[in-house]
Design a protein around this ligand. Structure first.
Ligand code: FCB
Length: 441
């Protein structure tokens, strides 16, 4: 692996519902993912996050794995329903205790905590009141951010507000493949605005409590038109505006992209909202997995674009195309688009699922994951060489975990989790990353 700049922040990522389990313990309230996963037919094979990686009980072992790996930072998420079981008002101190202890243990091992405040596990009580379709959820989010920062802010200075609001909007509210399982198509657009409003309000609440580096994590993708014709070009531009621009433009340029479908005069956009949304962030988290190839929609398509397969490249176990050059293309493209308005970037997720079967000696030879990480890091390094300000890189994920509607069928971890015994086994990729990090400046 090439040498990255000194001080480059190496880390790994996880998320609360995907690893914690212990859904009924210590006063945790119900989240929309509990409801969704327990609804028959929603998650493959009926898997749920009830136990997941049992991280809620095994976190000391997981912190040891992080420390031994040699990462400087750990991105995890805080489960809102552990902190405020009903999503607002009463605070559950035992929920905060869990993250308080985790933060102390990380710092004792020399690992910087980078919590995400919302990685999709909305308290069910807020969903019952309309979820992110309801403007009030943005204010509840800022209130919750303040509660968490009041408890952890003496030790945590870097924060991520939201994880991938585009995915929560699209999968959760437009198509219904994630919790809360609503299929509103373009009627889901208020969810985008309210998430962004909540983000802006939370940035202000965190700053007021001493945060020094606040960011949002967006899922971004380079968009490639399927063919040279104008129809494909238009479809690709619409997709790009929806996937990338909808959440970056209002933050960085003060307005929604015209092609995103967000009407400038939408009644749910109030005076002053765009100022709040544009509250400067210190950095931008980007999750990159794959580019998207977009063509004009078929005659019966309900959408103004069609997502087409990318042929002729390797695929992950999930069937996602492996295109490392897309990461460079994305970085350079964002810089070209936003210029000086683009904040420093952290890659807050990148990784792949593979079919990891332990051999007779209980070793997992996940060569495909090593290739994936190595090639993406090389592409990222190239973008840095070309002048893009990238400050860190986090692998998704520390360990195998609950992969949303795919349940336990996709394994993204550097560490294997045996879900029968909860035994953790570092894979070859973990050893590879450990050596690579030890060789970094
Ligand atoms: C991202 C999510 C993360 C994980 C990876 C594979 O979209 O943020 O929780 O599921 O995909």
């Amino acid at each position: 692996m090439p040498s990255f700049p000194p001080g480059f922040l190496w880390g790994v990522s996880t998320a609360s519902y995907q690893i914690e389990g212990a859904v009924h313990e210590d006063g945790r309230g119900q989240s929309i993912w509990d409801t969704f996963a327990h609804t028959p037919g929603r998650v493959r094979d009926g898997d749920t996050g009830d136990v997941a990686c049992d991280h809620y009980h095994r976190w000391p072992e997981d912190v040891e794995l992080l420390g031994d790996l040699g990462v400087r930072a750990y991105r995890f998420s805080i489960a809102w329903p552990r902190v405020q079981p009903d999503g607002s008002g009463a605070v559950n101190p035992r929920g905060l205790d869990f993250y308080d202890n985790l933060v102390d243990a990380l710092l004792a091992r020399g690992v910087i905590p980078v919590p995400t405040l919302f990685h999709w596990d909305l308290p069910q009580a807020l969903e019952d009141a309309g979820g992110w379709l309801n403007r009030d959820t943005a204010y509840r989010f800022a209130e919750y951010a303040a509660v968490v920062a009041d408890r952890l802010g003496d030790r945590v200075t870097r924060w991520i507000t939201l994880n991938e609001p585009i995915v929560h909007l699209a999968e959760g509210y437009a198509f219904g493949t994630h919790a809360p399982g609503r299929a509103l198509m373009f009627d889901a657009l208020p969810v985008a605005h309210h998430q962004l409003l909540g983000h802006g309000l939370a940035v202000r609440a965190l700053r007021a409590r001493g945060a020094t580096e606040v960011m949002i994590t967006n899922n971004c993708t380079p968009v490639r038109p399927a063919g040279p014709g104008p129809e494909d070009a238009t479809a690709a531009a619409i997709y790009d505006a929806f996937h990338n621009g909808l959440f970056l433009d209002p933050m960085l340029t003060g307005r929604y992209p015209e092609l995103s479908g967000m009407p400038a005069d939408a009644p749910f956009i109030h005076d002053g909202d765009l100022d709040i949304i544009g509250t400067p962030v210190d950095a931008l988290g980007i999750n990159y997995y794959q580019p998207n190839r977009i063509g004009a929609p078929g005659a019966d398509s309900p959408l103004p674009f069609e997502i087409l397969p990318i042929e002729g490249v390797p695929q992950t176990a999930f069937g996602w195309p492996v295109v490392p050059g897309g990461l460079r293309e994305l970085m350079v493209g964002l810089r070209a688009r936003y210029g000086a308005a683009l904040p420093p970037i952290y890659i807050t997720e990148n990784g792949c699922s593979t079919v990891d079967v332990p051999d007779a000696d209980d070793r997992v030879h996940d060569a495909a994951r090593i290739d994936y990480l190595d090639s993406h890091l090389r592409a990222l390094h190239q973008a840095i060489d070309e002048g893009v300000d990238v400050r860190g890189y986090f692998v998704w994920s520390l360990m195998d975990n609950f992969e949303w509607e795919e349940g336990y069928h996709q394994r993204f971890g550097l560490v294997r989790v045996d879900y029968d015994t909860q035994r953790r086994t570092p894979k070859d990729s973990y050893e590879w990353l450990r050596s690579a990090l030890a060789a970094q400046p």
